[in-house]
Design a protein around this ligand. Structure first.
Ligand code: 2AM
Length: 171
């Protein structure tokens, strides 16, 4: 199974993210834009896992020490890519968010997972291979209190990229 740990947002934030996605899409000549159900904030990308490894990832999540914290989205930006950029909604790098991401990463590294130990850039992908003349912009800040993290399974179902939560830790 291909796994990652993510924060999924409630309907109000999803609506706002969709409006950003649609605004961007309207100003783009090409792009592969995220499906509404697929909008999420990745904390740690893990990759292929067997059942035993999946159980260890669950344990790492269960052991994570965090309290509910606010997540605030305040800008739209891009990662430059040849052939079309990745565009995203940026989440403010608050202390609790970065601490949670670091704790999960360190627990998984200690447990032998080859997860990315580098800098974390919290982002919610709105589209890939996007061709647009638009420049990154600031949005009116919006967000919600995050009180749960999800273990997500990523798969293609009849050609469609599908993410399913298979474990949740709520505070
Ligand atoms: P992205 O949106 O910037 O592509 C599922 O693929 C999630 O894990 C996505 O949010 C993706 O980020 C993230 N991710 C991080 N590193 C990844 C990697 N090496 N391969 C695939 N997805 C990765």
């Amino acid at each position: 199974m291909r796994l990652f740990i993510a924060i999924n947002f409630g309907p109000a934030v999803r609506e706002r993210l969709l409006a950003l996605r649609d605004g961007l899409r309207g100003k783009s000549s090409a792009g592969n834009f995220s499906e509404p159900d697929n909008l999420h904030l990745t904390l740690v990308f893990i990759g292929e896992c067997d059942a035993a490894q999946t159980a260890r990832v669950r344990s790492a999540m269960d052991a994570a020490d965090f309290e509910p914290f606010p997540a605030v989205i305040a800008r739209v930006g891009r990662f430059g890519r040849r052939g079309g950029d990745i565009w995203w909604a940026g989440v403010r790098e608050s202390k609790p968010l970065l601490a949670l991401q670091r704790e999960l990463t360190e627990r998984l590294l200690r447990d032998g997972f080859a997860v990315d130990a580098g800098d974390y850039h919290p982002h919610i992908t709105l589209g890939r291979e996007v061709v647009t003349g638009e420049k990154p912009w600031e949005t009116e800040p919006f967000g919600e209190t995050v009180s749960a993290i999800d273990l997500m399974k990523s798969e293609r179902i009849r050609g469609k990229l599908t993410y399913t939560a298979i474990h949740t830790v709520s505070k």
